[in-house]
Design a protein around this ligand. Sequence first.
Ligand SMILES: *Cc1c(COP(=O)(O)O)cnc(C)c1O
Length: 397
Amino acid sequence: MSHVMNTYARQNFALSHGEGAWLWDTEGKRYLDALSGIAVNTLGHQHPRLVRALEDQVRKLIHSSNLYKVPLQEELADKLSALSGMDTVFFCNSGLEANEAALKIARKYGHERGIQRPEVIVYEKAFHGRSIATLSATGNEKVQKGFEPLVEGFVRVPLNDIHLIEYLSRTHPNISAVFLEAIQGEGGIHPAQIEYLQALRKICDEKGWLLMIDEVQCGIGRTGKWFAHQWAEIIPDVMPLAKGLGGGVPIGAVVAKGAAATVLGPGNHGSTFGGNPLAMRAALEVLAVMQEDNLLDNARECGDIICKGLSQALAGVNGLVQIRGRGLMIGIELDRPCGALVEMARQAGLLINVTGEKVLRLLPPLIFTSSQAQQLVQILSPLIIRFLTASSGVNAA
Ligand SMILES: *Cc1c(COP(=O)(O)O)cnc(C)c1O
């Protein structure tokens, strides 16, 4: 019996090593990586520059402590502020921790404005993590079930309904923040509309609410901009980051602007591991490579090849609902649960994922090449057609 707690429905194979966008399992089978460990391995695997930076840092200092100054934190905070147009950064170690910090900012900000019981607007199909507070903010009953009582102070709404937000702005005096993903990841690649984000920004400004955009999955170049909300040409007040930031080294960060940037002071928040030199060095190198190698442009170009290729190959196929996303964050929605496609793809040498039961999710590393993008289309499209044809009798009825 395994002594690892049984919290994941794992596939029955293990990866041994990788190079670029390729991975090998412990049996020697090779895979094209179209998932990046769920949007984590931004530079693919064994990127020579990341390897060198980490080797160098390990020889110097892995961990010091937030009892002391950490110059690499200063450097990375400067960089993230410049890229986002925001002001300050708190460093932690994961997505849920970044979101937890965001929620603490929203609460304390509310209290400072005289709201005794601050509330945060959250969304159906949202995913913000699995701590007690972030699972309460998450819009998925499966994530919440068994962990009640949930944290209170959340008002839940459907995505992209601005009239409802306007209504809440008139009827709910205790709201201190709106909290959403620019593109919902776990919920099935559902983008917040550009106009919706812009309208939210306006209402938040008028009401003095914080606009908090969870970029844990869609941030760090994945959509072809540094942060997905930048497609709407707005700036949030609070932005949690994690997944892709460390290129595989665990890291989280919450970036804040204006009033939100100074809500947390000494004694209000902290993390033992947060901001350790190893993670800081990893993130600095990831961002430097992204910039020097134009990986934002690459994400857009490869994303276009994949979306156009799939649209052509799957045109008129019965059972395809929609192909959507931006850059290298792509969802292919089918009209039926399609978890079986994950194993079909694996056998064909391709790693993908299914989320929201009916949505194939593609999150290739940002170092993907155009020929790998074409390869992905060539492997995946016939599998989708085969899957839909084979299961059509089941569902057509
Ligand atoms: C993955 C994810 C999280 C949680 O991140 P963890 O590092 O697993 O805690 C939070 N928000 C979004 C949008 C995510 O995709």
